[in-house]
Design a protein around this ligand. Structure first.
Ligand code: SAM
Length: 213
């Protein structure tokens, strides 16, 4: 995704603390206080411009959502969406997913969404893929027992790699589609990348896996 550098992004993110959580470490183990309820918490890692996380929050008012995005020039667009939707059940973290354990305790999170994660096709970059085993360790360390990862991508290579990585880790595969938009899956909320790639006619791959504790 080509995104113009937005020098004003940081300042804008800081001026909406009701939507962008600036000291997530302080809320570790007590996210229910941030949302004012004890509903399940689903996080999206690499949330981009926020179409998915905002749409999910709109469709599922009894679930809390946090979108985590590294790039401030990108997440500021997600903030615009959230300001407009003005929903109580979605927040953003302008943070690196490498630090998930700083923000969440074991059991804080019920589900992790990975949507159109950067494929890092070169073998020497394998460790950067968000479905590499060290990331699976991270997700397991913050998820409830039996927590789930829901993963969508247009990238066949990344999808094949990820299914193998999930399997080697001992995750249980509970759903798989090799062409989501032609499947009978209901309630799909498209991401920005999904819209772009499916308009070009590319199939969307989707899987759900579950930790077996
Ligand atoms: N999920 C969005 C979508 O489907 O439209 C964006 C997909 S984009 C290819 C991947 C996004 O993940 C980028 O915005 C990137 O900055 C973010 N990202 C990559 N690694 C990350 C990390 N370690 N922590 C947080 N965000 C990350």
């Amino acid at each position: 995704m080509r995104v113009r550098n937005k020098p004003w992004a940081k300042e804008k993110l800081e001026s909406f603390p009701q939507f962008v959580i600036h000291n997530p470490e302080q809320h570790k183990g007590k996210w229910n206080e941030v949302f004012g309820n004890s509903n399940p918490l689903h996080i999206e890692v690499g949330t981009g411009k926020g179409r998915f996380v905002t749409g999910m929050a709109q469709s599922n008012p009894d679930i809390n959502y946090i979108g985590i995005e590294l790039a401030d020039s990108v997440v500021v667009t997600a903030l615009d969406r959230i300001i407009e939707a003005n929903l109580p059940n979605v927040k953003l973290l302008n943070q690196n997913a490498n630090d998930l354990q700083k923000f969440f305790d074991k059991g804080d999170v019920d589900r992790v969404y990975l949507n159109f994660s950067d494929p890092w096709p070169k073998k020497r970059h394998e460790k950067r893929r968000l479905t590499y085993k060290t990331f699976l360790d991270l997700y397991e360390s913050i998820l409830i027992d039996g927590g789930e990862i829901h993963f969508k991508t247009d990238n066949r290579g990344l999808f094949e790699y990820s299914l193998t990585s999930f399997s080697e880790y001992g995750l249980l595969l509970t759903y798989v589609s090799l062409d989501l938009h032609k499947s009978d899956y209901e309630g799909n909320i498209m991401t920005e990348y999904e819209e772009k790639f499916s308009e070009k006619g590319f199939p969307i791959y989707r899987s759900e896996v579950k930790f077996q504790n």
